[in-house]
Design a protein. Sequence first.
Length: 104
Amino acid sequence: MIILEYNIGIPCIFNKVTNLYCPGCGITRSIKSLLSLDFYQAFRYNMLTTILLPFLVFYFIYTFILKKDLKLPNYFWYTLLIIIISFGILRNIPYFSFLAPTII
């Protein structure tokens, strides 16, 4: 599969202002790598997105395409929020630098 390279990316305003990585930094590059079937590099760009993407696709298909009501308990959403915030904090601590997106 050939994907044309235009070097067009979505800049992270949070990163530009604070010089820190938000939980979403690297998502565009991660999805681009997934489309190229480069799973390792997609994981390196944003681990959280790569892990959560299958669940989000399942949720989207089940809810919007199959028109089924998938009620998830509130603690599920609170836990997901805590995971996302923790990921955003940890990826900016030098000891957890492996969570930061790889540099192109």
